[in-house]
Design a protein around this ligand. Structure first.
Ligand SMILES: [Fe+2]
Length: 182
């Protein structure tokens, strides 16, 4: 618990539709497949559309690696297993990543790669990297990363599907900001 009494929780009712592994959504005539790919967060999914995988925050570009796994409900071993599901797709599958933070060696943004490129080149878990090796590396790196500046307000709005919290007794809407450890 981060936010104390009245903590931020959701039963999912605010979302139009919740999906799980194996579901198919229709976008017009186009089917969208769903893989559950937790690890960065418990709710992360990958969407499969017409030979492409939209992987959210799991894999990033091969020269950057993978998403952090230290957010609430995140877990490096879970992320490893989720990514194995993505890497088991056909090698030519196009992968579209959820962020690109650039690297010391690259200053132009990229967003598209392939399963084959990830398996050959991903700096965190190309073929041959074991789960134990990945978890050790991921957890060591996560220990050095500061929390995102907007993580606390983002959590409180995302959990409500983009809505703000309900007004309090004075009619104002507040976001909570803890300033001490429990
Ligand atoms: Fe994220």
């Amino acid at each position: 618990k981060v936010f104390g009494a009245g903590d931020v929780t959701s039963d999912g009712a605010v979302f139009d539709r919740l999906v799980q592994e194996g579901d198919t959504l229709m976008l017009g005539e186009t089917p969208i497949g769903v893989l559950h790919t937790p690890g960065h967060t418990p709710a992360c999914v990958t969407y499969l559309i017409d030979g492409a995988a939209y992987v959210g925050d799991t894999l990033f570009m091969p020269d950057y690696g993978t998403a952090r796994a230290d957010f609430p409900g995140g877990d490096a071993a879970t992320l490893y297993r989720s990514i194995q599901k993505i890497l088991a797709l056909p090698p030519e599958t196009r992968i579209f990543v959820g962020h690109d933070y650039l690297t010391d060696a690259r200053d132009t943004h990229a967003w598209e790669t392939t399963v084959a490129a990830q398996r050959a080149q991903n700096i965190h878990l190309r073929d041959g990297v074991t789960e134990a090796e990945f978890v050790a590396r991921r957890e060591a790196r996560d220990a050095t990363l500061p929390p995102p500046v907007l993580i606390l307000p983002s959590l409180q709005v995302n959990i409500r599907a983009g809505d703000l919290p309900p007004p309090e007794a004075d009619g104002r809407v507040y976001l909570r900001l803890p300033v001490t450890e429990a």
